[in-house]
Design a protein. Structure first.
Length: 154
């Protein structure tokens, strides 16, 4: 079942890479917004463009005390290599068994559907975009507008 706007975001703790190995827990983000970027795989053309775009514009999202986490089923080693080669400024979390992607309702017949969820400070989904085909992704501006809406509603 897909997670909808207004529902509680499914909690999780996943291993990830950002300047070193770490564990990332959504519950530890309470009080601040979190942008969850589910993507099919490291070094894939659209995935690379998407994550590089967000990384290049990360300061726009940090203005709202938000963090951006990329989530895909690749290994920590794959994430380390990908993040290092692309100089990404965000953690990449590994969901090898796709349990978190399943909890968010974005596993399709061909794998993980490219999706972005904005989770507000209270742990609710405030905004979501799930790509039908996976060749498009929301712009940083769209995500920034979602974060502005959250701030305005607070």
């Amino acid at each position: 079942m897909a997670v909808t706007v207004g529902s509680n975001a499914p909690g999780f703790t996943l291993p990830g890479w950002y300047d070193g190995f770490d564990e990332f827990s959504l519950s530890e983000r309470r009080g601040n917004a979190t942008v969850l970027v589910f993507y099919p795989g490291d070094e894939r053309l659209v995935c690379t463009r998407q994550l590089c775009t967000y990384s290049d514009n990360i300061s726009d999202l940090h203005l709202f005390d938000a963090v951006v986490w990329g989530i895909s089923p690749q290994s920590i080693e794959s994430h380390r290599n990908f993040a290092g080669a692309r100089k990404l400024k965000m953690p990449l979390l590994t969901d090898v068994d796709r349990e978190v992607a399943q909890a968010y309702g974005i596993v399709g017949p061909l794998g993980i559907r490219r999706s972005v969820f904005v989770v507000d400070a209270d742990g609710r989904v405030a905004w979501r975009r799930v790509a039908a085909l996976g060749v498009t992704f929301p712009s940083t501006g769209e995500i920034r507008e979602a974060l502005q809406s959250i701030r305005a509603a607070a």
